[in-house]
Design a protein. Structure first.
Length: 205
């Protein structure tokens, strides 16, 4: 079975990205926008929250939308983590194209390419797992999605910070906001270790 976005979901993702890009990340209007868009529709939950992550929305969106549904909260957090990881990767790709050392962009260095390729690979494995969980809503799939997304986003953050250097920690620099959100979400609604243990119990291993 192929777990990927349908055409209408791709269109919804692109529309939502434009909406969220036009909003201030801390605006009280964000939750209303998400509700109007269909954040409670299971078929759009994953698409919606990946874009929430990509936009860097700092409101406790998952807690407010799914305070009474721990499983959907974990799934929404997983999708948001994939979005955060992708945003940090995209930011870093742009940065290494501009930052020069020894007269050339640091993105031309093989070590930097390896860091970013590894981050891309982790996100590429995590994203279909999140899509599968969104399609099935099965506990085991949700746990797999949350574990993989937590690890992938955390890894992407480490690689982004490695490529940026100390500037990535500064509060004035945008990367630090995405890093902090990733650290919090990766540990929320069960961290990777907790979800892997739940999978093992379900499989009796």
């Amino acid at each position: 079975m192929r777990f990927a976005l349908a055409d209408e979901e791709i269109e919804a993702r692109d529309t939502l990205r434009k909406i969220l890009a036009a909003e201030h990340p801390d605006s009280d209007d964000v939750l209303r926008r998400l509700d109007e868009f269909g954040a409670f529709d299971p078929s759009l939950l994953v698409v919606t929250f990946e874009e929430v992550g990509y936009a860097g929305i700092s409101l406790p969106v998952v807690e407010q939308q799914f305070s009474d549904d721990a499983e959907r909260a974990a799934l929404a957090a997983a999708a948001q983590l994939v979005g955060l990881g992708q945003r940090m990767l995209d930011m870093t790709v742009d940065y290494v194209k501009q930052r020069e050392q020894f007269g050339v962009p640091i993105g031309s260095f093989q070590a930097v390419k390896h860091h970013l390729a590894d981050a891309l690979k982790e996100l590429a494995f995590a994203r279909p797992a999140v899509w599968r969980a969104g399609a099935t809503l099965a506990l085991r799939d949700i746990s797999m999605a949350k574990a993989m997304a937590s690890d992938a986003a955390s890894f992407a953050g480490r690689q982004a910070l490695q490529c940026h250097g100390a500037i990535g920690y500064t509060v004035e620099y945008e990367l630090s906001r995405y890093l902090k959100q990733t650290w919090v979400l990766a540990r929320s609604f069960g961290d990777a270790a907790w979800h892997r243990e739940r999978i093992a119990k379900e499989l009796h291993i």
